[in-house]
Design a protein around this ligand. Structure first.
Ligand code: NAP
Ligand code: MG
Length: 482
């Protein structure tokens, strides 16, 4: 076995001017963290990138105090148009520094540079542009004539789209007039720290954005439990989200939760097959399947199952797995050893429970965390791989005969974040789309994101919406009758 035959085109990391170590960004300045430190590594090589200070509970107190002070004295007093100018400035700086951010994200997260360059970072800029435009138009958000900001928002984000999840949280919060304390994920703090630099460059008033890397159980928990926080926005696992909801039950802290998923991609026999196959691959192998709205269950109409699986494996065999900094790479590294172990364990249950396993025949680099794209066929609804979120490059294929059976199987999950439907029959499309209990349903496409479009879950995938004017509701108190 050899690496696939192509000329490597690695992106240079020279554009990154990294420091050896990073502190916490509190009150517009860098400061020490008192919760120890950790080395952030590249999951593709296991080589260290930088030393990151971690926040303890006292650091969280300092950050919340800074956010409160800037909310009371500056940010809540500023007009919307003025706040919007800062957000436009941040958006433009992200565009100017897009290459640097793409390289940093790929290095820290392990996802292909093609994705960070063409998807993650452009979407980050788009999110800031979108919400910059809202800052002086909040009365049109549908929340009444004078909606008001909440105060200080605590934001906790995962490692799968580090800077994009920051943008989803910070941009609407600031547009709505709140200040923020954000805790990035342990394994991917780098772009959030570079973002602090952008805030300084944009001249954002001190304390409006505070970035505090730290451990979930320490800094994350202290943020959630802090009585000076008016709103918590969380994206991550359903287990942690449930704990946060428990902690906040009975308090006046507002909460939105963006949790796990087990999205169904439903393909009917009349679908445009080649496009559907591309969509299925994008649905589960984009970002190594580290996507909460991934199409991790393929529901395929029985009479075309063999054809679809054959096309899928043929197309997958042309994908290139390897160095994420290489512009030709389609599939990058798994974000951490812990995540690799989780994926490996759950994939093993697939075989143990009797599903058929197909694995992409490709070499994997010696260092780093890698998982070969995997497809399980002959999966039934009782199999673990059909039920549990894997959060990795693993697709489970189930079949159906009728639209009603497809709908029932798609909805047979405690999750409800995403779904996709592939058919050229418009009336069937409308009926099926309407019957799916999922926050986002894509029609003849998958994994498309746009700042104007609300995103969020049904059932155990959480509550609240991010994106568009719906996303503003999470950061505003209603201003009275409509
Ligand atoms: P996670 O533990 O829920 O982490 C998400 C964020 O919450 C991280 O910043 C984490 O900090 C923090 N956190 C952890 N424990 C906390 C606590 N007790 N209080 C407050 N904050 C806390 O998710 P994960 O460990 O990264 O991944 C586990 C599984 O979650 C994945 O396999 C996947 O199924 C799911 N997941 C879903 C999404 C999504 O977008 N819906 C994203 C990521 C993961 P640390 O980084 O220090 O842990
Ligand atoms: Mg890292």
């Amino acid at each position: 076995m050899t690496f696939r035959d192509y000329a490597p085109a690695p992106e240079s990391t020279a554009i990154l001017k990294l420091q050896k170590s990073y502190g916490l960004f509190i009150d517009g300045a860098w400061s020490d963290g008192h919760g120890g430190s950790m080395t952030t590594i590249s999951p593709a090589t296991e080589k260290p990138i930088a030393e990151i200070a971690l926040a303890d509970a006292a650091d969280v107190n300092r950050a919340v105090a800074a956010a409160r002070k800037s909310y009371d004295t500056v940010w809540s007093k500023m007009g919307g148009a003025e706040r919007g100018k800062y957000l436009f400035r941040i958006a433009r700086l992200i565009q100017e520094r897009a290459r640097e951010f793409a390289v940093a994200e790929t290095l820290d997260n392990g996802k292909p540079i093609r994705e960070t360059r063409d998807i993650d970072i452009p979407l980050v800029a788009a999110w800031f542009f979108h919400y910059a435009g809202w800052a002086d138009k909040l009365e049109f958000a549908g929340l009444g004539p004078k909606p008001s900001s909440l105060g200080v928002a605590g934001q906790i984000i995962p490692w799968n789209f580090p800077l994009l999840m920051l943008a989803w949280k910070v941009a609407p919060a600031l547009a709505a007039g709140n200040t923020v304390v954000l805790k990035p994920a342990e394994t991917t703090p780098l772009t959030a720290l570079l973002f602090a630099d952008v805030c300084q460059q944009a001249g954002l008033p001190a304390g409006v954005v505070n970035i505090i890397p730290g451990l979930g159980g320490v800094a994350g928990q202290a943020l959630v439990e802090h009585s000076g926080i008016n709103k918590i926005a969380f994206t991550g696992s359903t287990a942690v989200g449930r704990g946060i909801a428990r902690t906040l039950a009975g308090t006046d802290t507002r909460l939105t939760l963006e949790l796990g998923g087990k999205g169904a991609n439903i393909i009917f026999d009349d679908a445009a097959m080649d496009e559907a196959v591309e969509g299925i691959i994008n649905g589960i192998f984009f970002n190594q399947g580290h996507v909460c709205c991934a199409g991790s269950r393929l529901l395929v109409q029985e009479n075309v199952q063999d054809e679809v699986v054959e096309k899928l494996t043929r197309r997958l065999s042309t994908l290139r797995l390897g160095d994420p900094l290489d512009k030709n790479t389609d599939i990058g590294a798994i974000n951490s050893r812990a995540q690799l172990d989780r994926i490996t364990a759950i994939a093993a249950t697939g075989e143990a429970e009797g599903a058929d396993r197909w694995t992409l025949d490709c070499e994997i680099p010696k260092a780093g965390f890698w998982f070969r794209p995997t497809i399980f066929t002959n999966v039934t609804t009782s199999h673990t791989v059909a039920k549990d979120e894997i959060f990795g490059p693993v697709l489970s294929v189930l079949s159906f005969r009728t639209p009603d059976e497809a709908i029932a199987k798609a909805n047979n999950t405690p999750y409800g974040l995403s779904a996709g439907v592939w058919t050229n029959n418009a009336s069937r499309m409308l009926r099926v789309v309407d019957s799916l209990r999922a926050g986002v349903v894509w029609a003849n496409t998958f994994n498309q994101f746009d700042p104007t479009s609300p995103f969020g879950g049904y059932k155990e995938s959480g509550y609240g919406r991010e994106g568009g004017r719906h996303g503003l509701a999470a950061y505003l108190a209603s201003g009275g009758a409509r």
